[in-house]
Design a protein around this ligand. Structure first.
Ligand SMILES: [Cu+2]
Length: 495
């Protein structure tokens, strides 16, 4: 028994770890040994000490990808892959990524979640000029801290053209042990070209005046389903009528297969670079022990389902203790888009047919809530130096989504100073959920560190705190790209 096993097998160790409800209850100390809080995850090496430089090249260009049998997705993608190629490096390495633009539009790449230097954050008009067609731009930054991230275009609606991909920075000393490590890129599938709300409204002769009141009458409870035509908008929900959901770029008709063997522990990194969709994820026959949220380590907590807003990520450990062929399912929480499905397959299972039925996580079971998340890192404490109250509004037939009544880019920057403790208090007076994302910083939400938070519709609230420790001009916005494009964004400016 090594040191980790010893720590976890002992009662005191298990209590200190806060994982007594985990696998120890099943008398499986060997599996519980995968969690180790003795690694000081906060003691990261300083950012200046860089390891070897890892070079990557991303070519954004028109391409084709088969998402299902006979179903070819034609849009723009990185290196001809959809989703883009997995970029995987080790904590402390240096990343140099040359992005070449072979699309007919400008583009940029944003490294969602990584607190990069401002100049390589990839926000057009704020941190850089768009990379024009035929040109390239080199992004260079430290791979720090470790985590599961997303890279994506930050130009217009290009996320829903397919310009997305996973970025994994592996820990030197993870607080979990596992035998396999898979990234599950979850995505809403839009076969046509994405269209902005304003252009759709304009085309339909329904220019909004920016107010919600009264609009509801027009639409009543009626559904404005866009049908199966690519690019159609679901006007009631103000998001595209997606054709389906993808895991790893595949529809359920040709699902991705993730293999395991009995007795293994699998790390699954769920990342959601969807254009607009909030997703529920669950696995048939298995529970999931959440170990990281938005890439940051948390006390392991075991659940049956996860809710992932656009741009959110969760890492989970799954214990392969139920041999068979099981569905990994995702479904939107917002509308009637058909569910997505991948497959978890035991290579040593006798049966080879997929188990039927909904995973427990879709029939009740325990869902992960933000309150379940307990960070393993140092969190900002105490009173804020500066508080911003931010009202999120818009929707219905209007074409604008606003923060305190202002439509980005015609909006005041939120001014902060280096070293300050900042609090954002958000209230949502619209009907729709908003995944709000702050660039360049992790923030404290409850007892967790995150970079994206879902603010629920119908007067939902959320507040987060962060320390102003990364100077620059940073974007703060709704990660539903249609809302972002229609104004739900602000600049956070250090002065
Ligand atoms: Cu939004």
């Amino acid at each position: 028994m090594d040191r980790r096993n010893f720590l976890l097998a002992s009662t005191a160790g298990a209590a200190a770890l806060g994982v007594t409800g985990l696998s120890l209850a099943k008398g499986k100390a060997q599996t519980a040994s995968g969690f180790d809080r003795t690694n000081d995850v906060t003691a990261r090496s300083p950012r200046m000490t860089s390891g070897p430089t890892r070079e990557f090249r991303l070519v954004a260009a028109p391409g084709e990808a088969e998402v299902g049998p006979g179903e070819v997705y034609r849009n723009w993608m990185y290196n001809g892959e959809y989703p883009g190629p997995e970029i995987r490096v080790k904590e402390g390495e240096r990343l140099r990524i040359v992005v070449e633009n072979k699309t007919p539009e400008g583009t940029t790449v944003h490294w969602h979640g990584v607190p990069v230097p401002n100049a390589v954050d990839g926000v057009p008009g704020l941190t850089q000029a768009p990379i024009t067609p035929g040109e390239s731009f080199t992004y260079e930054f430290e791979a720090d801290p470790a985590g599961s991230y997303i890279y994506h275009s930050h130009f217009g609606l290009q996320i829903d053209r397919g310009l997305i991909g996973p970025l994994v920075i592996e820990e030197k000393t993870p607080h979990v042990t596992y035998d396999r490590d898979y990234v599950l890129v979850l995505d809403d599938y839009l076969a046509g070209d994405p269209q902005s709300l304003s252009s759709t409204s304009a085309r339909r002769g329904m220019m909004g005046d920016g107010q919600e009141g009264g609009r509801r009458r027009w639409w009543g409870g009626g559904r404005q389903g866009g049908g199966m035509m690519g690019g159609m908008m679901d006007m009631e929900r103000q998001m595209p009528s997606y054709q389906g959901l993808l895991i790893g770029g595949k529809l359920p008709t040709d699902p991705r297969v993730f293999e395991t063997r009995s007795g293994e522990r699998i790390r699954l990194r769920f990342i959601n670079p969807s254009g607009a969709s909030t997703l529920r994820a669950a696995i048939g026959g298995h529970r999931m022990t959440v170990t990281h949220c938005d890439g940051r380590p948390v006390e392991p907590v075991t659940v049956d389902s996860l809710i992932l807003g656009a741009a959110e990520r969760y890492d989970v450990i799954v214990e392969a203790s139920n041999p068979g062929v099981w569905p990994i399912m995702i479904a939107t929480t917002q509308n009637n888009v058909p569910p997505g499905r991948a497959v978890l397959r035991y290579t040593d299972a006798a049966a080879s047919t997929l188990r039927d039925g909904m995973p427990e996580g879709f029939r009740g079971g325990r869902q992960l809530y933000y309150q379940d998340l307990q960070s393993l890192e140092t969190l900002p404490q105490g009173k804020p130096d500066r508080v911003f109250d931010l009202m999120l509004r818009g929707g219905m037939m209007g074409s604008a989504w606003t923060i305190n009544g202002q439509v980005y880019p015609d909006a005041d920057p939120l001014i902060i100073h280096q070293g300050e403790h900042i609090r954002f208090r958000m209230r949502n007076r619209s009907m729709m959920v908003h995944p709000m994302h702050l660039h360049g910083h992790f923030f404290r939400l409850g007892n967790a560190l995150k970079d994206t938070v879902l603010v629920q519709g119908h007067m939902g609230r959320a507040e987060f705190d962060f320390v102003a420790d990364n100077p620059g001009r940073w974007f703060f916005h709704c990660h539903n790209i249609y809302h972002m494009e229609a104004g739900m964004a602000r600049e956070v400016r250090y002065v």
